[in-house]
Design a protein around this ligand. Structure first.
Ligand code: SF4
Length: 357
């Protein structure tokens, strides 16, 4: 694993790792046109089953708007991964139903080992998680024994268990800044784009990066975004930091999903070009109903074009899968107690850091 000049370890960017991501993508079923009558029946049944199971639905902003509506109507939560993690610890429900991707369900289980955690599908993963295998990451960390290991929440339980800190995009900058201010050096994994953004904001010398990427955000293209800005000169650009640095350099706001929503509410502009997963448009339109939102351009071609502004794994969360999960009580997240206890340490540090701010 050679390091390049910009401190990026050459791991998941190679052809073999791309092939692994592609193989996972090939397992994602094609989206089918929804049957509205069946969906209404599913919604009614899901509402009954949530009550019967003393369960609460926790949905990510990138999931289908129908799931987000359902979470809101049934006393659940629609949020980013940080707030999803916190919510599970505050609700009295004994079952958490997590609509999102696998690491979100695992995080809920680590934080709430006594609760049952179900997911509409256990197949929904994340290219960042796939691109950071624990054994390789462990060998990588061994090369930098003096560094604090900071991993993004989009990782497996085993990778979290290797870390000193877990963070989400909502607090990545303040947390790494906090560590650097203490004179520490940092290993950042797995998202290289967010890592490069941290390097640019906070200084590259003391941050070493793992080479992973989100297949959705990586598709946003700076050149096309520039053209779009010319078409809408009065629009502000809101971008998630998993996007390439060339896109972030054109943004008026770089932030997590919750920070993007807040910016759309608070900024004076009436138009916004948004560089993150399309699922966020439900919340944007709900929270800023009089404003106009445009999806930032993606390449629309290439090996991962199925992902353009729509995470294929988030898309696997459907009403029918959610109903089946609640009916059968399957798709339960299991985490080894020993590994979970180790992974809890950096997760709890993140939550404590967040609550002190
Ligand atoms: S949008 Fe990107 S980071 Fe989020 S779950 Fe999908 S692949 Fe992972």
């Amino acid at each position: 694993m050679a390091e390049s000049n910009n401190n990026v370890a050459n791991v998941s960017g190679n052809a073999a790792d791309r092939a692994v991501v592609k193989a996972w993508l090939d397992r994602v079923p094609s989206r089918v046109r929804p049957d509205e009558t069946a969906e209404k029946q599913d919604v009614a049944r899901i509402k009954q089953l949530l009550k019967l199971r003393n369960a609460v639905l926790v949905a990510h902003y990138y999931t289908d708007a129908k799931l987000q509506v359902l979470a809101e109507e049934t006393g659940g939560l629609v949020a980013d991964s940080l707030e999803m993690a916190r919510f599970g610890t505050t609700t009295t429900a004994t079952t958490l139903v997590v609509a999102g991707v696998r690491f979100m369900g695992e995080t809920a289980k680590i934080l709430n080992p006594e609760k049952t955690v179900l997911m509409p599908t256990l197949e929904a993963t994340c290219s960042l998680d796939i691109g950071c295998p624990a054994e390789e990451f462990s060998r990588f960390c061994a090369k930098f024994p003096d560094h604090e290991v900071v991993v993004y929440a989009n990782t497996s339980v085993a990778v979290k268990a290797l870390a000193d800190w877990v963070v989400t995009s909502a607090i990545a900058v303040p947390l790494v800044e906090h560590l650097l201010a203490q004179g520490k050096q940092v290993i950042w994994a797995p998202d290289k784009h967010l890592g490069r953004y941290l390097q640019r904001q906070l200084g590259a010398e003391r941050i070493v990066l793992w080479d992973g990427a989100c297949i959705v955000h990586e598709e946003f293209k700076a050149r096309a975004l520039l053209d779009m800005k010319h078409l809408h000169p009065d629009a502000a650009v809101l971008a998630h930091p998993e996007s390439p640095l060339s896109v972030l350099e054109l943004a008026d706001v770089v932030g997590s999903t919750s920070q993007i929503i807040r910016a759309a509410q608070q900024r004076h502009e009436q138009k916004f070009i948004v560089a993150t997963d399309h699922g966020i448009f439900y919340k944007l339109q709900q929270q800023a109903p009089n404003k106009e939102f445009f999806m930032a351009p993606t390449s629309g071609e290439g090996a991962t074009c199925r992902s353009c502004a729509q995470c294929p794994w988030m898309g696997m969360n459907t009403l029918s899968r959610l109903r089946l999960t609640l009916e059968h009580g399957d798709n339960e997240i299991e985490v080894s107690p020993a590994l979970g206890a180790r992974a809890l340490i950096p997760l709890q540090r993140m939550l404590d850091f967040r609550s002190q701010r």
